[in-house]
Design a protein around this ligand. Structure first.
Ligand SMILES: [Zn+2]
Length: 262
């Protein structure tokens, strides 16, 4: 039982209890605002902000340090120096015909200090990874200092995509997405395919060997359908996992499927 949300419930913990999904914004806007820098260098700074569906994604696009990894999208609003404040960091990667704004998975797996320093923005932890088309990327990146063009973006690695799949797994099944060995297999009641075969495939996706495989993006064949796992929670929770074809194409979003070469 989740129960009532306690008074001092940490926002992250709340996010842990929800299922995340790739988010494709409907509206991307560039807004201009002023920051009061009187407590640092003095004066006021006029900056451009990138806003998706009303949520500020980049708070001072003109000051982003793109050559740093991970990239900080939320800068300290007192001085606008990258790295002054912790968190607000992302990793931007091409995935087929999309750009994904991902958490800095490398930092999360590097250790507690790196994880805290390079924490993902709250919107990403609460709502999920942002996915942009090529056209959207041009609008999104136009005001951002140093942002690469579409053709120059780094591509997501297999590890990025597998971690994304883990990140989006229901926390009921995988309480800590960085610990795939902690998957709670007993919560899977069944799938809408061949349950034993489907679970066997899923177990490989959560095994340590998965890091050694390669991947290819694909579109599920028109004859295939989506396989879901049904989880035993307060109510039965549906989790879309892959397509019914062989080999299965892992479901990352409605328009993003990937086949792993296991
Ligand atoms: Zn500062």
């Amino acid at each position: 039982m989740l129960g009532k949300r306690p008074k001092c419930f940490p926002s992250d913990l709340f996010a842990q209890l929800t299922t995340l999904a790739v988010w494709s914004p409907s509206i991307i806007e560039v807004k201009v605002t002023n920051f009061d820098l009187s407590s640092s260098s003095g004066g006021t700074a006029k900056v451009q902000q990138v806003v998706c569906d009303g949520i500020t994604i980049v708070n001072a696009a003109d000051y982003v340090a793109w050559d740093e990894h991970p990239v900080q999208f939320e800068l300290c609003e007192c001085c606008l120096h990258p790295g002054c404040a912790s968190g607000g960091c992302v990793c931007v990667r091409r995935a087929n015909d999309r750009v994904l704004i991902l958490p800095a998975f490398d930092s999360i797996f590097a250790g507690e200090w790196e994880e805290a320093r390079h924490e993902a923005p709250l919107w990403l932890r609460r709502r999920g990874v942002l996915s942009l088309t090529k056209v959207q990327w041009s609008a999104f990146s136009a005001p951002i200092r140093g942002a690469p063009r579409w053709d120059d973006l780094e591509h997501a690695t297999t590890s990025d995509l597998v971690r994304l799949f883990h990140f989006q797994s229901p926390r009921l099944f995988l309480p800590d997405f960085t610990q795939p060995a902690g998957a709670r297999w007993e919560t899977i009641l069944c799938t809408n395919g061949d349950t034993d075969v489907d679970i066997e495939f899923l177990r490989r996706v959560f095994s340590p060997e998965i890091s050694a495989c390669s991947h290819a993006f694909c579109s599920p064949s028109p004859e295939s359908y989506t396989i879901s796992a049904f989880l035993d929670g307060n109510s039965v929770e549906e989790w879309r996992v892959f397509s019914s074809e062989h080999p299965p194409a892992l479901y990352l979003a409605d328009d993003l499927h990937v086949q792993l070469h296991l």
